[in-house]
Ligand binder design. Structure first.
Ligand SMILES: NC(=O)c1ccc[n+]([C@@H]2O[C@H](COP(=O)([O-])OP(=O)(O)OC[C@H]3O[C@@H](n4cnc5c(N)ncnc54)[C@H](OP(=O)(O)O)[C@@H]3O)[C@@H](O)[C@H]2O)c1
Length: 217
């Protein structure tokens, strides 16, 4: 599939790009075309040095969306509105994956509940009707994704209102070595999944652990 990662120049967008590029065509989206191109070249180098063939290109966010079947929104919560505004003219019926977690540091890390209830519900309201939104990957550490040879023995909770789109995202989760998709419910429960991320960060800090994830047993 053709996957555009908006903010693919950043931490988790880069990790997802490296993992998926071994089986999909990846388009790195950025506010700046040159940054996207340079980053795409860096990812190609990393994968080729590890002996993998891949197809990764870079372009401006709005152009990345035009060509893609799947769009991953991988920018900080504060910038989702401006990013969606830029790409809106090129959105039709693609699947958008939100990995966005609104959180703040106030002593410890806390979930910063948006007025709509969650980042996913806010994004849903900003997207055209034909676009299918799926919320996923909130509790996966960027650092672990970058370790491309490492098996990620953890679960990915998926929230979405469209079964077909959820299934497509489940397959994309399984494409990453040992990640397991679990359907958590409709988009309206995304707040529960998003809010687990600051919990994981606090657990890591207080217990001197690194890059925690979740596994249901
Ligand atoms: N890091 C993690 O482990 C992790 C885990 C789960 C979920 N998440 C979520 O994933 C999303 C991305 O996190 P991240 O850690 O990868 O963030 P990041 O590295 O800080 O930023 C990602 C990208 O966002 C773009 N960006 C920065 N400022 C922007 C602005 N003013 N307007 C539009 N785009 C802007 C930048 O791309 P360009 O400069 O190229 O445009 C940047 O490379 C966040 O919503 C976060 O909550 C992160």
């Amino acid at each position: 599939m053709k996957i555009a990662i908006l903010g693919g120049t950043g931490s988790i967008g880069g990790g997802l790009a490296l993992r998926w590029a071994m089986g999909h065509e990846i388009i790195i989206g950025s506010r700046k075309y040159e940054k996207a191109e340079l980053t795409a070249d860096e990812y190609i180098k990393v994968l080729e040095e590890a002996g993998n063939n891949c197809t990764i290109s870079g372009c401006a966010n709005a152009d990345a969306v035009k060509e893609a079947d799947i769009i991953v929104l991988s920018v900080p919560y504060e910038h989702i509105e401006s990013t969606i505004e830029t790409i809106k003219p090129n959105l039709e019926n693609q699947i958008v994956i939100s990995i966005v977690v609104p959180m703040e540091k106030a002593g410890c890390f806390k979930y910063k509940t948006p007025l709509s209830g969650s980042a996913a519900m806010q994004i849903r309201n900003l997207l055209p009707n034909g676009v299918k939104l799926v919320s996923a990957f909130h509790n996966v550490s960027a650092k672990k994704l970058y370790m491309i040879d490492k098996k990620l023995d953890m679960d990915v909770f998926i929230c979405g209102d469209d079964d077909k789109a959820n299934n497509v995202v489940c397959k994309l989760v399984k494409d990453i070595n040992k990640l397991k998709p679990l359907i958590a419910g409709p988009l309206e429960v995304s707040s529960m999944v998003e809010s687990l991320t600051p919990l994981l960060v606090n657990l890591a800090i207080y217990n001197k652990m690194k890059h925690l994830g979740i596994k249901c047993v």
